[in-house]
Design a protein around this ligand. Structure first.
Ligand code: PAF
Length: 295
């Protein structure tokens, strides 16, 4: 399929089937509310697909990955603006299915009142219970299930995900490898605002004061990066100092891990790489961020 100025729109599985090209298919799954971070993923996808390949963007706010009381209902939906971003970035196909297209038997939430408790879903294993998984039980089951379904429908050669959702990216890599899906997973560096705030669809929930406070997270991560050569306790202490100085930021977790989210010794061998991950609430908005560490 050649690059089109206006992407073709598929609302159903059969429409998607009719539009799938024969060349290399590069896929960017999203929940819409596209921002510059998504645009940078689409640019990577366009480059990887080449002129003869097909870039597929999906826009689907997946109910299965939202817990009770989370922001499913208020999650921003900006479909027309999303289509304009897709067109500007040379996307060939936008797949924007309905909930009924993705979950014809109902959304398989846990519990006795579920419409589809017998459905097969993807269990993330122990990595899915840490960090985001501990704060948002069932979240990664929802993410992996929808990503597996989208992979089955789009059948991409390559899929591009942002590193901002670092644990999600790690789990998608793991699922793709463990279930032998044969898809190359590309992780893209987090896109940031000039003050360091990681771009996120949820940033639009923040008022001006919260927006200022939110920049604390990336400052804390950078402070840890600067102290990493002194070991884990020093790096953690540096990050905590920045967070504690901003009372508007309510910390959920701050974790220093290996690159695959395992446990680190306090004093890793010099040169060891790791990751620092943070989640915090600013006002009513829950934000996450992470950066690499070099010990
Ligand atoms: O990162 C997201 O936007 C979502 O978790 C994803 C991967 C599109 C699955 O719904």
């Amino acid at each position: 399929m050649t690059t089109a100025t206006v992407p073709a729109l598929a609302r159903s599985r059969s429409e998607l089937r009719d539009l799938r090209g024969t060349g290399r298919v590069v896929f960017v799954p999203t929940m819409g509310a596209l921002h510059e971070g998504h645009a940078s993923l689409l640019r990577i996808a366009r480059e990887r697909a080449g002129a003869d390949g097909t870039v597929v963007l999906s826009i689907f706010v997946n109910p299965l990955q939202f817990g009770p009381g989370e922001d499913l209902d208020r999650y921003p939906r900006t479909f027309d603006a999303d289509l304009a971003v897709a067109a500007a970035e040379g996307v060939d196909v936008v797949f924007a299915p309905t909930v009924a297209q993705m979950y014809p038997d109902g959304v398989p939430h846990e519990g006795p009142d579920s419409a589809a408790t017998e459905a097969v879903t993807v269990q993330p294993g122990p990595l899915g219970d840490l960090l985001e998984g501990a704060s948002r039980p069932g979240h990664f089951r929802g993410v992996l299930t929808v990503v597996a379904k989208l992979f089955g429908l789009v059948r991409p050669d390559v899929a591009v995900f942002g590193e901002k959702d670092y644990q999600q990216l790690a789990l998608i890599r793991r699922m793709t490898s463990d279930l032998c899906l044969g898809i190359e997973i590309v992780g893209a560096e987090t896109d940031r605002e000039p003050d360091g705030l990681a771009r996120s669809s949820r940033n639009r929930y923040l008022d001006d004061e919260e927006r200022r406070q939110a920049a604390t997270l990336s400052r804390a991560l950078r402070a840890a990066q600067e102290r990493a050569s002194y070991g884990v306790p020093a790096a953690r202490w540096a990050a905590m100092g920045v967070i504690k100085a901003e009372p508007g930021v309510e910390l959920d977790y701050l974790a220093l891990t290996t690159t695959d989210l395992g446990e680190l010794p306090d004093y890793p061998e010099p040169g060891t790489e790791g990751r620092i991950l943070v989640a915090a609430r600013v006002g009513t908005t829950r934000l996450i961020d992470n950066l690499p560490l070099q010990f």
